[in-house]
Design a protein around this ligand. Structure first.
Ligand code: NAD
Length: 482
């Protein structure tokens, strides 16, 4: 583990782990791929079990002092950290496009979201709740005390936003954190770690990059007290199993198969383009993207036509090119996985409304695709492609469409579109999902809880209530006389 000290932050060409306040690399290194060009990105460390031990030890030492730093000082440090992310926003956004593939305008929006989430989540106060007994002889205090060391495991679709959504609540509640980015997108997260060293004592924010061994090493390690995981439901189950051996606290933010229900009274010209946009943002690689579209049969044909027309205007290409709406799929594994959904079109004899496969090698490009009424039990209608291919189905009866929307193991997001708000509200309340919108989708706010029902997650993050998931609860009974 070679340590290189703390160079001036701003060099977005070199990438290091941050362990115990120092930048370090490893003997063996690896690199991600720019998904738009297929070209290698810079080398990053491949952390070893010794690096994991060193980071956990440093975090445990840091916990002793960081947990005692007054709440307001922790808030102030996080605020300054957020300002610094904003200051380096252009560099972060450029690197994000290069490593993740998303168009630059969305990369900038993700940096802004990281800043906003850091500021908002660190603005909360978890104050002691005090109850005094009727006779005044006793006080009962409910205290929220930090758990210890957190590990934040981050996926490749929103590396900055999701890392910030873990760093801020962990730190403000007094818990040092070790961030583990996806091997596909380690760059911006490593830079967040490097930048953080200017605002927090050694061991409070550490970032380790590595290969597929690193996540399991961290979840199995006896040192950490909490795992905040965002990723697929498949991996989430493994994380929970591993964390159960030491009874680590676990928060799981997992996959989705979000339904959207379109009522017959909508303004088609306004709503259809919005829904197509929300389905294809980030090339469909959003846990909360619209992944099933149910349109009332009375307006099905014109609504589908309007979505098709809008979809044709969405430019696919390198995210660094002006006007691109859909960048490439993020990595080759995901590209191959999404292509199996495209291959199913021919196998099942499905009808394509717009799109189809259109590979522009060497990047991992796919055209946005709407499939017209695939079978309700087809792979496309039941599984999460996590790519730009979406089924469109019809509905007639309200109770039946609610049942179809809920007929999935997932329960992350859902939405209803209608002019009749009472009807929309009534449908929305019957949808089994953690975030439900009327006349919108994907509009998130860090002041409110975010989490999934069923196999879309366990617990929730963000909001004042989300902060409690980084805390133990202590009930302190104070009697005034012995
Ligand atoms: P993934 O589950 O493959 O990987 C997520 C992270 O877990 C990565 O950092 C990965 O290296 C790590 N990991 C892999 N195996 C591990 C193990 N055994 N132990 C510990 N860590 C391990 O997910 P992905 O492909 O990076 O992301 C896409 C998935 O994430 C989709 O299903 C999407 O819906 C979901 N997602 C959910 C949310 C949410 O907030 N609910 C947000 C974004 C993405």
């Amino acid at each position: 583990m070679g340590s290189v000290g703390l160079p001036q932050f701003s060099v977005f060409g070199e990438y290091y782990n941050t362990i115990d306040g120092k930048l370090s690399s490893t003997q063996q290194t690896r690199h991600g791929i720019n998904p738009a060009t297929g070209k290698p990105n810079p080398e990053v460390p491949v952390s070893t079990p010794q690096d994991v031990d060193a980071a956990v030890d440093a975090a445990k030492r840091a916990f002793k002092t960081w947990s005692k730093v007054p709440w307001a000082e922790r808030q102030e440090a996080l605020n300054k950290f957020a300002d610094a992310i904003e200051k380096h926003g252009d560099d972060f956004a450029k690197m994000l496009t290069q490593e993740q593939g998303k168009p630059l305008m969305f990369a900038k929006a993700e940096v802004a979201a990281g800043v906003q989430w850091t500021k908002t989540l660190s603005s909360f106060n978890l104050e002691e709740e005090v109850t005094t007994s009727d006779d005044g002889t006793k006080e009962i205090h409910v205290r929220y005390t930090p758990l210890g060391v957190s590990v934040g495991i981050v996926p490749w679709n929103y590396p900055i936003h999701l890392a910030c959504g873990k760093i801020a609540p962990s730190l403000v509640t007094g818990n040092p954190i070790i961030i583990k980015p996806s091997p596909f997108t380690p760059y911006c997260d490593l830079k967040l770690g490097e930048l953080a060293q200017q605002f927090f004592p050694p061991g409070v924010v550490q970032v380790l990059s590595g290969d597929d061994n690193l996540g399991p090493w961290l979840t199995a390690h006896p040192g950490p007290d909490k795992i905040s995981f965002t990723g697929s439901s498949f991996t989430g189950k493994k994380v929970m199993e591993s964390a159960s051996k030491t009874l680590k606290r676990v928060t799981l933010e997992l996959g989705g198969k979000d339904p959207t229900i379109v009522c017959p009274d909508v303004n088609i010209a306004e709503v259809a383009p919005k829904i197509a946009t929300l389905a294809f943002m980030n090339s469909g690689q959003i846990c909360l993207a619209i992944k099933r579209i149910y349109v009332h049969e009375d307006i099905y044909d014109p609504f589908l036509k309007a979505m098709v027309e809008h979809t044709k205007t969405l430019k696919v290409g390198d995210g660094s090119e002006e006007g691109t709406f859909l960048g490439p799929v993020q990595n080759s594994m995901q590209f191959e996985k999404v292509k199996t959904f495209y291959a199913q079109i021919e196998k099942d004899g499905q009808k394509v409304a717009v799109g189809g496969v259109n590979e522009e090698k060497p990047g991992y490009f796919l055209t946005p695709t709407l499939v017209d009424r695939p079978a309700e039990d087809s792979k496309l209608a039941t599984e999460e492609p996590f790519g730009p291919i979406v089924p469109v189905m019809t509905w007639k009866d309200e109770a039946e469409v609610i049942e179809r929307a809920n007929n999935t193991k997932m329960g992350l997001g859902a939405s209803v579109w209608a002019t009749d708000l009472q009807r929309a509200n009534n449908i929305a309340r019957q949808l089994d999902a953690g975030s439900v919108w009327v006349n919108a989708h994907l509009e998130l706010d860090p002041r409110f809880p975010f989490g999934g029902h069923k196999e879309s997650g366990m617990g929730f993050e963000w909001s004042l209530a989300g902060l409690k998931a980084y805390c133990n609860v202590q009930t302190l009974y104070l009697k005034k006389t012995a």
